[in-house]
Write a protein that binds this ligand. Structure first.
Ligand code: XMP
Length: 326
């Protein structure tokens, strides 16, 4: 019968059998799937696994630290953190178009990840250890959607490090291939991962980069991070974080409106709250949130975040609106 204990035992045995004495690499995004996949593989092969986390500077407050400290503390995993904030901000400078931003973030992400991967492969080769496996947090619904084949990832290295082959072929380790999201959360919990990671709401790969309508800059990111942290804090305090599917907080960086704050007139930016209820993110409804919670979030954001003088609520379903603004 299905128990998380059985699943873990079975997968640990299968991973040991598959990987043998070779090494594996896993990219961590901060999301649930990659975290649980990495924790399972870590349990199976320990120090034969190295995880890579690319900090693109578009994460929310505390997220990078959560991976660096809490995830490492809970699993003992070897982690390589790449601080790529400057690189991403430079690549995004002057760009306002949403699709353009997404393309740039995706492209830079792959480059940084591959470079880190190549470094790990080169270091391991120096010690006579083959890196032959790439761990991925593929879930059952992903398998069904993509036609169900098992694959190998053909990683083209654009950053040749010390005589590595042009094309490195990794076999995939996908320990979550038979599981649904709620089962993955249960396995994560059983493996002792922190609640904040296991129960995380979905967060887009391009991060806050697609929650700033307009150009992405460091100061705008800092402002949005502050507003987002307040919204999350109040939603959690009100016990709403599990009920709400997700609540993007969006900065309209190129819109200004007049306000009155303290003793004077201000000319600041609006923050949009986008709480949605959903089963699968394909469709969504705007969440009828309690007014007092909305009031607390609004008061705190306008009091605590400089340059924000208005908080607005998005009351659009999906369709016609998407969950994210970009
Ligand atoms: P939309 O905005 O299309 O979002 O209604 C649906 C769900 O997908 C998430 N999302 C992304 N997740 N990479 C991701 O990993 C992305 O580029 C991306 N874009 C949107 C969004 O947060 C929502 O949960």
């Amino acid at each position: 019968s299905w128990t998380t204990g059985n699943v873990i035992e079975e997968q640990v045995a299968a991973i040991r059998e598959q990987v043998g004495t070779k090494r594996a690499i896993c990219g961590l995004s901060g999301g649930v799937d990659s975290a649980v996949a990495a924790a399972l593989v870590q349990k199976a092969i320990g120090s034969q696994l190295t995880c890579v986390y690319v900090d693109h500077g578009l994460m929310r407050q505390g997220e990078t630290e959560q991976v660096e400290k809490d995830f490492v503390a809970a699993t003992g995993v070897q982690l390589k953190v790449v601080d790529a904030e400057e690189r991403f901000l430079a690549a995004l400078a002057g760009v306002s178009d949403p699709e353009e931003k997404r393309k740039i973030i995706g492209r830079e992400f792959i480059r940084v990840f591959e470079q880190a991967q190549a470094e790990i492969v080169a270091e391991s080769a120096g010690e006579g250890e083959d890196v032959a496996f790439l761990v991925q947090g593929t879930l059952y619904p992903d398998v069904v959607e993509s036609g169900g084949g098992t694959g190998t990832a053909n990683i083209k290295s654009h950053h040749n490090v010390g005589g590595l082959p042009e094309d490195l072929e990794f076999a995939l380790v996908e320990p979550l291939r038979k599981l649904f999201k709620d089962e993955v959360r249960m396995v994560g919990q059983e493996l002792g991962l922190p609640e904040e990671i296991v129960q995380r709401q979905p967060f887009p790969g391009p991060g806050l980069g697609i929650r700033i309508v307009g150009e992405v800059t460091k100061s705008r990111l800092d402002l949005l991070r502050q507003a987002d942290a307040i919204a999350r804090e109040e939603l959690t305090a009100a016990g709403l974080d599990r009920e709400i599917w997700q609540c993007p907080v969006v900065l309209l960086a190129e819109v200004r409106s007049v306000g009155v704050q303290g003793d004077g007139r201000t000319y600041g930016h609006p923050i949009v709250l986008r709480p949605v209820s959903s089963e699968d993110a394909m469709t969504a409804d705007w969440t009828r949130m309690p007014y007092d919670v909305l009031a607390r979030i609004s008061t705190r954001i306008t009091n605590e975040v400089a340059d924000v003088n208005r908080v607005v609520l998005d009351v659009t379903s999906k369709p016609p609106g998407t969950i994210e603004w970009e």
